[in-house]
Write a protein of this length. Structure first.
Length: 202
């Protein structure tokens, strides 16, 4: 295995367990990539259920239509908050209040998409696979059970995760002009995704 230093020198990695190698030309230390971690990620992505679900859920043109609808919805909510703030008399304008309200509307929609629509996608996908015999066929493969479960949990609601991701910049804009601390908003999203994963699994 060879690495390339920033100075242009080629470095040979003699020890597979080495964390870094020393450059003889410039004296810098170059980190050795964790090949095992990369292999684990590749093994996870190389999941037939995940790949099939990703292809089915993200197939154009439907995905582009829904992404456009999500973007227009986010723009209307945030733009509506700006418009409401500046339609009132100048003495009583309160943009942060309206933007905080816009954030809660967006966060509520994101929560519904992840928890309700995402769970429905998983349930519908599993029922369809049971009816067509795909589920039983997958159980006969050498794939471990956790990998089958991960394929359904991560693959079936992939479209919903993409919708939430596209709506995130609008929610960030609402937070930027609102009154909510960024740290609390980050905790909210961590709790939302943790709840979504638990809800989808069980």
């Amino acid at each position: 295995m060879e690495l390339l230093c920033a100075c242009g020198a080629s470095l040979a990695v003699a020890d597979e367990n080495a964390r870094a190698v020393h450059c003889h030309k410039c004296g810098a230390s170059v980190a050795v990539p964790d090949a095992e971690a990369a292999n684990r990620m590749l093994r996870f992505v190389d999941n037939p259920i995940f790949l099939r679900s990703a292809y089915a859920r993200l197939r154009p043109p439907n995905v582009w239509i829904w992404l456009g609808i999500v973007m227009i919805t986010g723009l209307l909510i945030v733009g509506g908050a700006f418009a409401l703030a500046y339609l009132v008399p100048a003495g009583s304008r309160d943009l942060p209040k309206y933007m905080t309200g816009a954030f809660w509307i967006l966060f509520g929609l994101q929560s519904i998409v992840l928890l309700v629509v995402g769970a429905n996608s998983i349930a519908t996908g599993i029922v369809t696979d049971r009816e067509t015999g795909v589920f039983e066929m997958m159980r006969l493969t050498p794939l471990p059970s956790w990998k089958l479960l991960a394929g359904y949990v991560m693959g079936m609601p992939l479209r919903e995760h993409l919708w939430v991701l596209v709506a995130a910049p609008f929610a960030g804009l609402a937070v930027l002009f609102g009154t909510l601390p960024v740290e609390r908003v980050a905790v909210l999203y961590v709790v939302l995704y943790a709840a979504a994963v638990v809800w989808h699994v069980f």
